[in-house]
Ligand binder design. Structure first.
Ligand code: GLN
Length: 285
């Protein structure tokens, strides 16, 4: 079977036991199928377009079918491939961390837009794969960045990503929010904490079913960790230091209130690509 035939057939295939097709588990069945075939053949997408008539070996077809079957069972494409693109970096992912989302790049953009000292010290709380910290380290080699995660497996993964991208200005630590941090003051703190309500029906749908709930869920209203991050960052920010957090589409008002009560000024919520509230930032007076 040729590459083109494999792609066409797969896009139409359904799982014989569940009746699920690629279009049921993903908004981008053709793209996902191409990415899985690239992975099985160890080639780029350009190769697939250039050589549609080539015939993969039976072993390669078998490998592709196994990957495709995992996608049909709902497993996120990033976990199957083992990596996810974020900012300008390819990051290794695992089931111990959240898969980096495009909207989280908004935190990186907002941080880069701030007028901060050249040699700023920066803290990324709940770093997961290291996405935010490593993207900032790539853009600002003079910044001294600390990235922290509670999960030892996430710390190990972020460290692997740091080494892979040779980003020497990042230090990755294990800890529970601020509890284990050395008494240091930062120019900027960022966090994409868990912020989903514990009974949110989305948790039982799509890719998030495969992600660790510790990285997603934060109490009945989704605010438990946001409260800790916002309240306690006050003790770890320099005067005029900035805090930027990601949050749910319906949490902007509550987050701005928390910022105000904690003593922040210049508080602003910004939307994501769906035009719903996604990040809030403020400057500590
Ligand atoms: N934005 C993610 C989602 O809706 C949640 C990320 C988070 O909890 N930090 O799936």
């Amino acid at each position: 079977m040729t590459i083109l035939e494999l792609l066409q057939r797969s896009a139409e295939l359904t799982d014989s036991s569940t009746g699920v097709s690629a279009a049921d588990v993903t908004d981008s069945p053709l793209l996902d199928t191409e990415l899985l075939l690239c992975h099985a053949l160890d080639v780029s997408r350009t190769y697939l377009k250039t050589w549609p008539d080539r015939e993969p070996t039976p072993e390669q077809v078998h490998h592709f079918s196994a990957l495709f079957q995992r996608r049909l069972s709902g497993e996120p494409i990033a976990y199957i491939l083992g990596y996810q693109g974020f900012w300008s970096l390819d990051l290794k992912v695992s089931e111990h961390t959240l898969i980096p989302r495009p909207e989280t790049e908004l935190l990186v953009e907002a941080a880069l837009d701030l007028q901060l000292p050249k040699q700023s010290s920066v803290l990324d709380l709940g770093t997961g794969t290291g996405a935010i910290a490593l993207a900032l380290a790539r853009e600002r080699s003079d910044w001294k960045i600390t990235a922290l995660d509670f999960q030892p497996q996430a710390v190990a993964l972020a460290e692997e990503n740091r080494v892979a991208h040779k980003l020497d200005n990042v230090q990755i630590l294990q800890g529970n929010w601020f509890a284990d941090l050395p008494a240091d003051k930062f120019d900027l703190i960022l966090s994409n904490p868990p912020y989903i309500e514990s009974n949110d029906p989305h948790l039982s749908q799509g890719d998030v079913r495969f992600e660790p709930s510790s990285a997603l869920v934060s109490g009945v209203k989704g605010f438990d960790d946001l409260i800790v991050v916002i309240d306690e960052s006050v003790g770890f920010l320099k005067s005029n230091g900035w805090l930027i957090v990601e949050h749910g589409h319906d949490q902007g008002y509550g987050v701005r209130q928390l910022f105000t009560e904690a003593g922040f000024a210049d508080i602003e919520t910004r939307p994501d690509y769906n035009q719903t509230d996604r990040i809030t930032l403020g400057r500590l007076l």
